[in-house]
Design a protein around this ligand. Sequence first.
Ligand code: 3HC
Length: 677
Amino acid sequence: MSGPITTEVRDGILIVTSNNPPVNALGAAVRQGLAAAIDQLERDDEIKAAVIRCEGRTFFAGADITEFGKPPVEPMLPQVIDRIEASSKPVVAAIHGTALGGGLEVTLGCHYRVAVPSAKLGVPEVKLGLLPGAGGTQRLPRIAGIEAAAEMCATGNPISAAKAQQVGLVDKIAEEGRLLEDALEFAKGVIGVEPRRSREVPVHGDPAFIQKFATENAKKFRGFDAPAANLRCVQAAVELPFDQGIAFERQEFMKLMMGTQSAAQRHIFFAERQAAKIDGIPEDIKLRDIKRVGVIGAGTMGGGISMNFLQAGIPVTIVEAAQENLDRGVGVIRKNYDASAAKGRFKSEQVDQYMGALTPTLKLEDLADCDLIIEAIYENMDVKKETFAKLDKIAKPGAILASNTSYLNIDEIAASTSRPQDVLGMHFFSPANVMKLLEVVRGAKTAPDVLATAMAIGKKIGKVAVVAGVCYGFIGNRMLMPRQVEANKLLMEGATPEQIDRVHVEFGMPMGPFQMSDLAGVDIGWHRDPNRIENVRDALCAKGRWGQKTGKGFYDYDEKRRPTPSPEVQAIIDEFAAKEGTKKREISDQEIVERTLYTMVNEGALILEEGIAQRASDIDVVWIYGYGWPVYRGGPMLWADHEGADKIVTGLEKHGFKVAKLLKEKAETKGRFNRPV
Ligand code: 3HC
């Protein structure tokens, strides 16, 4: 047999091996090979049982997502799984790495499952806006019980081999490194026994759990179609005979597959992986070695940034100017770790280990042995230039010098050193130990290996790193600006903070622009002169309305930080509107969408035109991971594709905006920013 599936008979057992790098996705050739192997098993009287296993780093990681949306090629995965299940001789799955999605469904078609302790088993389809559509929603409640099945299907989170054994999904844990031998031994033990077919096992567990789980997770599932569809299918397994349940599953699967949410979520799956690729730089470029990291500034950002490296096992030297600030910064890191340990996220030994790898100092000179130095002080160009000029004298040759600036010009910062090729931006998002996004800002003179190293280290510390060019605010914050400008204007024209925020939350954002401002601090960037009142923001700050931290901002907050609309704020808005002579009118929700979200798409198009982002999908990744854009809308540029560039252009022109050339082009040619997936 040629192709990705090969077979071998050993002691009367057919060993079916898949070798389809990188993740043994269940593409057409794999499915054909599996079906042929089952034929061989049935045909050959000398063969008494079979073991299905995979070469490489993982067991089948699922259906081949690149085949979605293309004409189907027989045999389809559900047919293959049915054939395995129907076999008259026992079939054992030997699982290592990750058995995911269609991969786990293959194991459910098998009669028994053996796994190494490090294996992970899951049905992550929900994360792609889908459900396990090859019988998984019907077989899992039969094998693992309703509770485990509902949770696995609706969250998509994988479980460990130990947990899988506990719920009955794994029959035997193999010794690490002896998977095949242990699986063969298990197979020998079931020769001649009537295979245990998943479809024939009664569903067990508490059916009431399904609704309870949906209610408990309502906030997490808000806006998404797939979690509820997954739960409906598990419910169907409880209520319907197997074949009817399968028909229901198919119907629900097809609905999701044809919808925009799954298209958006699949787009983001590939976009995230694509973001790691740097145009024009070979993937095998030699990276610089990062053994120790220096962080300048022990404030909220510096502390959060340090935590990422400590957790990745990279020692950090953290520098502050005053002992008091240094102590406070280190204290906050310790407090954060202790809080995580109390929640069971870390063991206390781990916390000790992280803190032990942190070297606090008041001397910039102590950064001399660092391979990467990240400056995380406040946003002031002169201070940053001064710091980088000093670093230039201190840092060892070849050290990477990065600024965590959110807006400022990296080229100007780099010019204050004698080694601009070693300088770039590494823009983390607050809280830096939690938020997944990292914008890596490529200066005009940044060396290719410096850029590639920063991207790789981003991945190592668990971030999704995206390359950005130099401009005010890079990708994310630059797109925030037109949104904020329009939100402020809308207030003058008659919209309220509540209405604007509501439109954004209903769209799927975690919060609207004014809620965000209250959370971050209305006083950020304020000139601090209570007598200088030039806009609504100045007026709020002058009255001590600095946001949640002072109990009032655009909203009033109670002791539980619950917001209510503020008559005082409305009076301030009305006063400014009257002063400006702006006439108030009824503002529709649609106008808010057009002026705050279409303008972001327009800015995104400019960012692409100027080459600030490498590709439209990178912009989507920035907004999903940095600002909580709803993943089921796929980021602003995919949303634009779904909305239609022509509709967006019409909306923008209606309000008198200058439309980006690229956006206009897309509208005229009915083109898209992203390829459909
Ligand atoms: N189909 C096609 N390609 C896939 C794939 C899949 N299911 N899973 C991963 N790949 C590709 C990636 O795009 C990437 O390609 P690239 O190198 O060209 O960028 C390559 O394989 C390696 O992937 P990762 O970089 O993600 O490798 P990791 O080692 O970090 O992670 C993994 C491995 C945990 C398996 C991760 O790739 C993953 O989570 N994959 C998706 C799993 C999944 O969602 N499965 C369900 C599919 S839907 C399904 O099965 C429907 C069925 O119910 C009918």
